[in-house]
Design a protein around this ligand. Structure first.
Ligand code: 5GP
Length: 196
């Protein structure tokens, strides 16, 4: 594959930390796009197929997996999630900054496969704040909230694997901090071609 000028930016962090709102703000600038993951998780109320996620049956997901359709995939909360490979590689070719909202396992696989990736871990101001947010999200049952909290703790324990860690204390502030990070020149930035 020819070298390219696009950039992959991974935004990871526990469920409920505010990644969706941060991504929306970052997408207000030109030459940026966001990956739409595929998942076997059922849609939450208000989620739209093809916009929030590509909602697939497990059978369809596994078929695409075998066909090499994903740049990475992971099992999260007993559901499969994956980053479609073609949109990501097209974005790199076209010089687009491509945002990935994926978990820590996916981040690890993308780093191995695509050199020059920038990875940012988003932290809640405190675990109490995260708990409050997850409990306030009335679409999930108490059991689901407990599982998400346990997983959040495990994800936070891996924050040192990321290039940068930012705290989502206020949306406008954290977005400014991420914009500053995106403007910094990175060694090897021109070398984002696929390693696989
Ligand atoms: P949710 O079900 O709350 O939308 O997402 C659960 C977790 O799955 C989040 O941490 C999110 O970042 C992660 N996730 C979403 N899409 C992908 C993906 O394509 N790959 C991986 N590895 N994780 C994903």
């Amino acid at each position: 594959m020819a070298s390219s000028s696009g950039k992959i930016v991974i935004l990871s962090g526990p469920s409920g930390v505010g990644k969706t709102s941060i991504c929306q703000k970052l997408l207000e600038r030109p030459a940026r796009a966001k990956s739409t993951s595929a998942t076997t998780r059922p849609p939450r109320p208000g989620e739209i197929d093809g916009v929030d996620y590509h909602f697939l049956s497990r059978e369809e997901f596994e078929k695409r997996l075998r066909a090499g359709w994903f740049a990475e995939h992971a099992e999260v909360h007993a559901h499969l999630y994956g980053t479609p490979r073609h949109p990501l590689e097209d974005a790199l070719q076209q010089g687009v900054t491509f945002l990935l909202d994926i978990d820590v396992q996916g981040a690890e696989r993308i780093r191995q496969r695509y050199p020059g990736v920038l990875s940012i871990f988003i932290l809640p101001p405190s675990t109490e704040a995260l708990e409050k947010r997850l409990r306030g999200r009335r679409t999930d049952s108490p059991g689901v909230v407990e599982r998400r909290l346990a997983r959040a703790r495990a994800e936070i324990a891996r924050q040192d694997e990321f290039d940068y860690r930012v705290v989502n204390d206020r949306l406008e502030r954290v977005v400014r901090e991420i914009e500053d990070i995106l403007e910094r020149p990175r060694p090897g930035e021109q070398n984002t071609s696929c390693r696989a």
